[in-house]
Write a new protein. Sequence first.
Length: 144
Amino acid sequence: MAETLRIEIQIAAPQATVFAFLTDPDKISRWIGPATTEARPGGIYLVSVGDKHIARGQFTEVIPIHRLAYSFGWEAREEMPPGSSLVEIDLVEKDGGTLVRFTHSGLPDENERASHEKGWKHYLRRLSIAAAGGDPGSDTSPEA
């Protein structure tokens, strides 16, 4: 049965800034790894996570500064191939910053859900630092 994970994080930056850090390849590289993105429905989502694992998918929904959705999966991972799950990110103006509501659905099992939760929490913390103008430093994730 497919699993879903949900994470919320408050970021001390405007929605437009957070959106840019989720869609602009140069900004994505600051918190997760080298990226190629075309932030439009049908556009590519390709990220080298920690310069080790390749995540690939396709944008399905792009509402500037408010919402992103893209298919997601891993190259060379049979249990979760490219495009096999869905990432949805809603950005809500709150308390002078942005509340990020992150949902990753279609994960194949509880082990993958738990693994992805650990990874996404790590990278969303790095996003919150980078989008707020800080330096998240070297990626020390065990997955990286």
